[in-house]
Write a protein that binds this ligand. Structure first.
Ligand SMILES: Cc1cc2nc3c(=O)[nH]c(=O)nc-3n(C[C@H](O)[C@H](O)[C@H](O)COP(=O)(O)OP(=O)(O)OC[C@H]3O[C@@H](n4cnc5c(N)ncnc54)[C@H](O)[C@@H]3O)c2cc1C
Length: 475
């Protein structure tokens, strides 16, 4: 007998968020981690607006705000220090998700908050629990104990035991570079440093600078050909590299870590009752700050589907959409990150035309192109926008289930509404001017619990039949 609906392997940021969201959706949860404390140093430093929105949905916005601060913008400088590309974000600027486009945050503080919230919500977090083997949905720990979940989530990081046990290979999207990452504390408040994330595209040495939250300041230095890990990680070399920005009296070096930035996506995110999320399923260069954010998207995509199946609101076909939706979306994120890395290199090489297409090679930010979505409206598969109202964000009206967003004048038959209500959906009537070109004229926007638009339709009867074919119990 399964001991929990969901057993989570790995309680990093992605696993801890999964534990919290699964409890909030009513699933019983056991989460295992081989370590007893959160990893003490930040790896992720920036979080986008979609993931801030998720923290708000999870009830953690105040906590997040206490350990984060909005970014002022970003720029790419060429070897003469001239701006090739850049953007300043005005103070108080809020994007379509209803939050600042990007915030700098303190990863260990956020991870502690997530774990506490998951425990507070009733998740059973077990530390010092090292998963050694997997047989279907039965896990064996290195001390020989076994645990079985109805479903298992492998969020156990880049070297994922779960992924290896499943025999899932990583597909390489072609980027391998060594960089040394230096985390510092700003000691001298008078030291003049940029308030913008800065890519120094200097052929002599490519450098990324990130003004982190509070006094955290990060530099990332690309290796030159022939440089070794040992020499690049030496304190003397780091002091030399930091020299142009500040002295050891001004910047205290907290951590030096050499990383090989690479770009990989697992060939599958699901085998039977076992799913992958976070770094276990994908890794990308950090230039766009999307690694952890993508892992959080995995979680928010998966958990409501598990809960829907557990509640009898959908069948197994809904779970298949996880693999299709997330793999394609995150492969797009990885391509963006690789493009950004290539752009930095191209600017450094003096490719004046190389940045014409802009950050990300002019590619559209990925959206859901397959899976649980119907129709061809251009916003289908994109996050539903969140206008800010006087009493807070619009999301509060959407609730935790599917929302049918429309206007009061739209006619939905009682029978049809009953069928949607039976799977936990609610009707939300709103003002069309809040959602120009989206809501109004009898249109119903079907918004999924993960806030993605599943359909924009004037024929909810036919659309319901299509969703029934995809596994939702609305027939
Ligand atoms: C230099 C750098 C900068 C980055 N910047 C950003 C950024 O700005 N924004 C962003 O979104 N992302 C960024 N990232 C990526 C981000 O740090 C990762 O994507 C994120 O930390 C991954 O989280 P995770 O929970 O998937 O994995 P992890 O944080 O690796 O957690 C995995 C957990 O699983 C546990 N575990 C492992 N194996 C087992 C086992 N067998 N049994 C039990 N437990 C196990 C581990 O102890 C760990 O707690 C950056 C990464 C780097 C390296």
């Amino acid at each position: 007998m399964p001991e929990a609906d969901l057993v989570i392997v790995g309680c990093g940021p992605v696993g801890a968020m999964a534990a919290l969201r699964a409890r909030q959706h009513g699933l019983s949860v056991i989460a295992l981690d081989r370590e007893s404390e959160v990893y003490p140093w930040p790896r992720a430093v920036s979080m986008d607006d979609e993931i801030q929105r998720l923290f708000a949905t999870a009830g953690l916005l105040d906590g997040l705000r206490s350990c984060s601060s909005p970014f002022g913008g970003a720029e790419f400088l060429d070897h003469q220090g001239h701006r090739a590309i850049g953007i300043e974000l005005p103070v108080g600027f809020v994007g379509p998700n209803g939050h600042p486009p990007v915030v700098a945050f303190d990863q260990p503080a956020v991870e502690r908050m997530l774990r506490e919230a998951a425990i507070g919500a009733g998740a059973d977090l077990r530390f010092g629990a090292d998963v050694a083997a997997l047989d279907g949905n039965k896990l064996t720990l290195s001390d020989g104990a076994t645990i079985t979940g109805r479903w298992v989530l492998g969020s156990d990081g880049a070297r994922s035991t779960v992924r290896r046990q499943l025999g899932i290979e990583l597909e390489n999207q072609g980027f391998d570079e060594d960089w040394v990452v230096v985390d510092t504390t700003l000691l001298d408040p008078d030291l003049s440093l940029s308030s913008l994330v800065t890519q120094y595209c200097d052929p002599d040495r490519i450098v990324t600078y990130i003004p982190g939250h509070g006094t955290h300041r990060r530099w990332e230095f690309q290796f030159r050909e022939g440089e070794t890990r040992a020499e690049m990680a030496s304190p003397e070399r780091i002091a030399e590299l930091l020299g142009p920005w500040g002295s050891p009296h001004q910047l205290q070096v907290d951590r030096i870590a050499v990383y090989r930035f690479h770009a990989v996506v697992a060939e599958r995110f699901r085998v039977g009752d076992v799913f992958l999320a976070g770094d276990a399923g994908h890794q990308m260069p950090p230039f766009n700050g999307q690694g952890m954010c993508s892992g959080m998207r995995d979680v928010e995509n998966l958990i409501w589907k598990l809960a829907a199946v557990a509640a009898g609101h959908a069948d197994e076909r809904l779970l298949d959409t996880y693999n299709d939706e997330r793999r394609r979306h995150v492969a797009g994120q990885v391509e963006h990150a690789v493009d950004a890395g290539r752009l930095i290199n191209a600017i450094a090489e003096g490719g004046a035309d190389s940045f014409e297409a802009g950050y990300g090679g002019g590619r559209e930010f990925p959206h859901l192109e397959t899976g649980l979505r119907c129709g061809n409206h251009r916003l289908t598969g994109h996050p539903f926008p969140q206008p800010l109202l006087e009493d807070g964000g619009f999301d509060r009206q959407l609730g935790d289930g599917i929302a049918l967003v429309t206007t009061a004048s739209t006619d939905i038959s009682a029978d049809l509404m009953d069928r949607w209500a039976a799977i936990g959906a609610r009707r939300v009537d709103t003002r069309p001017d809040l959602f120009p070109n989206l809501v109004g004229d009898g249109t119903v926007v079907v918004v999924r619990p993960d806030r993605y638009i599943a359909a924009v339709t004037r024929d909810l009867v036919s659309t319901s039949a299509e969703f029934a074919e995809l596994g939702l119990a609305v027939a």
